[in-house]
Design a protein around this ligand. Structure first.
Ligand code: FES
Ligand SMILES: [Fe+2]
Length: 343
């Protein structure tokens, strides 16, 4: 992915030399995950992408439509994201100029009359909407079973943004998502004044949460409502209202066996006074980023306790973990759990 600034902690004490897997979960869940943002891919541009432990190539045809393919050329394995060129809405390999179209099929070899029929690359289901390029991931390659949401605020002139932040964090997607239902940690890790009173619905695939809370602002703490919609582990929309309406579009993409890349895009509903909008926007970004900065060292160094030892006041962590199982094919969970148990 193209990133502005990446914050990576070097403090994590877990090393990949540890024999037991760190999490009793498949590393790459099912769902929609951001692989790029529309503004970073102009017509005719090519980007190498690492996601789901794989090398991919993203390109946008001259006609404006993007495509996501496996990265390596079927001919002799060159990476199309490094030196590949867009021509006639296809991608041309930098090595011997074979041309693949957006379905992954090789359609032209400049020095051969006949194209081998098996010369093709796997393509990925993708959607481009609300400024994001989202790829569908399923371990067994099954097609999308739901659609990602369209986010009206992202194209509404009454809203400012996005203000963008990004991090690369050594954790697992499921661990990050659990943060939202782990109500007790808000007070003790983040220092908020109260436990948010949350109403949580666990759906398929949506996890919907609504909570009343106190938000820190330059004018002190203000009572507000947080409403969050999580579409699996890759995308969540977090709307905050109180002093002003704000939206955080959070994407979490597992890039490899260790890291999850997180992007926060913040939007603020404009007020008549631009300075106030900017001021509130800045405070909002600073507060959410401050909280994430407190979560990161916990996530990077914790272990996954399975099952967790829960007590009253912990929030619906057990229900969350049951909800989470829908994002892995059952046989993968079982084999991961066996590996975790060391059997
Ligand atoms: S490796 Fe791509 S054309 Fe030869
Ligand atoms: Fe947190």
């Amino acid at each position: 992915m193209t990133t502005d600034t990446i914050t990576t902690s070097t403090q994590a004490s877990y090393t990949s030399h540890d024999k037991r897997p760190r999490f009793p979960l498949p590393r790459y869940p099912t769902g929609w995950f951001a692989v790029a943002f529309s503004k970073d891919l102009a017509a005719g541009q090519v980007q190498p992408i690492t996601a789901f432990g794989k090398e991919l190539v993203l390109f946008r045809g001259e006609d404006g439509r993007a495509a996501l393919l496996d990265a390596h050329c079927p001919h002799m394995g060159a990476h199309l994201g490094h030196g590949g060129k867009v021509k006639d809405n296809c991608i041309e390999c930098p090595f011997h100029a074979w041309k693949m179209d957006r379905t992954g099929q090789c359609v032209e070899i400049p020095y051969a009359k006949k194209v081998p029929p098996k010369a093709r690359i796997a393509t990925w289901h993708m959607r481009e909407q609300s400024g994001m390029i989202l790829a569908w991931h399923h371990i067994d390659g099954e097609p999308p079973s739901w659609e990602p949401p369209v986010i009206p605020e992202t194209s509404d002139p009454g809203w400012s943004g996005p203000e963008h932040r990004t991090w690369k964090i050594r954790t697992h997607n499921q661990e990050m998502g659990e943060n939202a239902v782990d109500v007790a940690h808000f007070r003790y890790l983040h220092g908020t004044q109260n436990y948010p009173e949350a109403v949580i619905e666990f759906g398929t695939p949506l996890l919907h949460m609504r909570a009343e809370t106190l938000m820190a602002t330059p004018k002190g703490e203000v009572k507000g409502v947080i409403e969050s919609h999580s579409y699996g582990f890759g995308l969540s929309l977090n709307r905050f209202s109180g002093l002003i309406e704000t939206l955080l579009v959070a994407t979490q993409t597992p890039v490899d066996d260790d890291f999850v890349e997180v992007h926060f895009n913040f939007y603020v509903k404009k007020l008549d006074n631009d300075d106030i909008t900017r001021g509130v926007g800045k405070a909002f970004v600073a507060e959410i980023s401050r909280q994430l900065g407190q979560d990161i060292p916990v996530w990077e160094n914790k272990i996954y306790v399975h099952p967790p030892m829960l007590c009253a006041g912990d929030g619906p962590v057990g229900k969350y973990r049951k909800w989470a199982r829908q994002f892995y094919p059952a046989h993968y969970i079982e084999s991961s759990e066996r590996a975790f148990a060391g059997s």
